[in-house]
Design a protein around this ligand. Sequence first.
Ligand code: HEM
Length: 133
Amino acid sequence: MAESAGELKKYSLKEISEHKDKKSIWIVIHDQVYDVTKFLEEHPGGEEVLIEQGGKDSTENFEDVGHSTDARTLMKDFLIGEVIDSEKTNMDKGAKKWTDDAEDNQSSWKSWLIPMVLALGASLVFRYFFIKH
Ligand code: HEM
C-alpha cells in the first residue's frame, strides 16, 4: 500500500475530506496523508478518535497526545501520500521545531548535569586534600 519514498502521491484537502467514514479514513499529519482504515481497530488510542479526525488535518491532536517513537515508526506503514503543495499548512516545520527544541532542552539539561556533578565531585576531593594536608 505504501508508496515508495520520494514519489508520494499528492492529494487535495477536498479529496482527503471525502475519506471520513469508517470504510475509508484518511488523516493528515504534518502534511502527510495516512490511510488508517485498517488500523482503526488496532489503534491503542481507540478507533473513535481516528474516525473523529477522519478527512482532516490532525497534526495538532496527534502531537498533543505525545505519540511515542514507536507510534511514529508505525504510522509510516499507513502513509499513502501528501497534501498538494499549495494546500500544505507547513505545520510540519513548526511542530518539528517544537519537538527539536524540546529534545534540545532535554539534552542540554543532561549535558549540564554530568559536568556539574563531576565539578562538584572534583571540588570535594580537592577540599578534602587541602583540609587534610
Ligand atoms: C497513523 C496515525 C497514528 C498512529 C500510527 C497512532 C499510534 C498510536 C500508538 C502506537 C499509541 C500507543 C501509545 C504510543 O505508542 O504513543 C497511540 C495512542 C493514542 N493515540 Fe494514536 N496513532 C495515530 C493517530 C492518532 C490521532 C490522529 C489521534 C487523535 C487525537 C490519536 C490519539 C491517540 C490517543 C488519545 C492515544 C492514547 C494515549 C494514552 O492512552 O496515553 N492517535 N496511538
